[in-house]
Design a protein around this ligand. Structure first.
Ligand SMILES: Nc1ncnc2c1ncn2[C@@H]1O[C@H](COP(=O)(O)OP(=O)(O)OP(=O)(O)O)[C@@H](O)[C@H]1O
Ligand SMILES: [Mg+2]
Length: 252
């Protein structure tokens, strides 16, 4: 179980997160939504211990995240940050193999190698495995980072805007892979999405943040209403339904 209790965060006296109490549904896809600056990345960062909190707590299996040993935590929870850049000149395969570091500390076992191969196949980047990261396109790089997270094979997977830089086809492929990780392997996934329609089509649960607070949350069907989305985004929008999935129209 991944949860936060009365979490808050300030930067230079400015309150960025305020009283965030949240239980992430187990073995489901949860989407954090909200405007730029709402606090989505900060919340994900605190949940994964990349960012320190002010007050409150984050619990993973009832143990405070700050009390977890680093290696155990890295076997339990993986995080993809909003922007990723490696400065070292690494190949795709090398970078994906970093996902196995919490297990092998650099000496890959046969099982580690299999996980790397599998992750490359999942993301359909096997052809790129000998290429250097800094010579790939933005979307290709994004898929390599996600392959690294998949290779890490953790129960909790937190992804900050995983669809960044992906074209339509690869964005759909990405979401289908994430669904498979949940439906077939029981992973618990939390991701930040700006495209509300991807959230509607693929997430089970949605959490709306605004000015550092949770202003709406519920199942995808509950959240995909003009009223709920208006609370989150402060803008007029309409909902339509195609093949029993709700979509949001917001272009005017
Ligand atoms: N290191 C920092 N120092 C000071 N302020 C920060 C820092 N990181 C984030 N903030 C502020 O915290 C607020 C929330 O930022 P955060 O990155 O969590 O937003 P977000 O919801 O992820 O936005 P986006 O959709 O643009 O990624 C913003 O007002 C931002 O300026
Ligand atoms: Mg962000």
């Amino acid at each position: 179980m991944l949860q936060s209790k009365k979490l808050s965060k300030k930067y230079q006296d400015k309150r960025i997160l305020d009283d965030i109490t949240l239980e992430i549904p187990q073995a489901q896809v949860t989407a954090f939504i909200g405007a730029n600056g709402a606090g989505k990345s900060t919340l994900l960062g605190i949940m994964s211990r990349l960012i320190t909190k002010e007050d409150g707590e984050v619990l993973i299996d009832d143990q405070d995240v700050t009390k977890w040993k680093s290696r155990a935590l890295a076997q339990k929870l993986a995080i993809l940050k909003q922007s990723n850049q490696v400065s070292a000149r690494l190949t795709v395969e090398d970078l994906v193999a970093f996902g196995r570091f919490p297990y092998s500390k650099g000496r890959l076992t046969l099982e580690d190698q299999q996980k790397v191969t599998q992750a490359l196949e999942y993301m359909e980047i096997t052809d790129l495995k000998a290429d250097y990261i800094d010579e790939l396109s933005g979307g290709q790089q994004q898929r390599v980072y996600i392959a690294m997270i998949i290779a890490q094979d953790t129960e909790y997977v937190l992804l900050d805007e995983p669809l960044n830089n992906l074209d339509m086809k690869h964005a759909v492929q990405m979401m289908k892979i994430l669904r498979r990780l949940v439906d077939d392997f029981g992973k618990t996934i939390v991701l930040v999405l700006h495209d509300i329609n991807f959230a509607s089509a693929y997430a089970d649960y949605m959490v709306g943040l605004k000015d550092g607070r949770i202003v709406a949350q519920g199942s995808t069907a509950e959240m995909m209403t003009p009223e709920q989305l208006n609370i989150v985004y402060d803008m007029p929008l309409a909902i339509t339904e195609i093949d029993s999935c709700k979509y949001c129209l917001y272009f005017k």
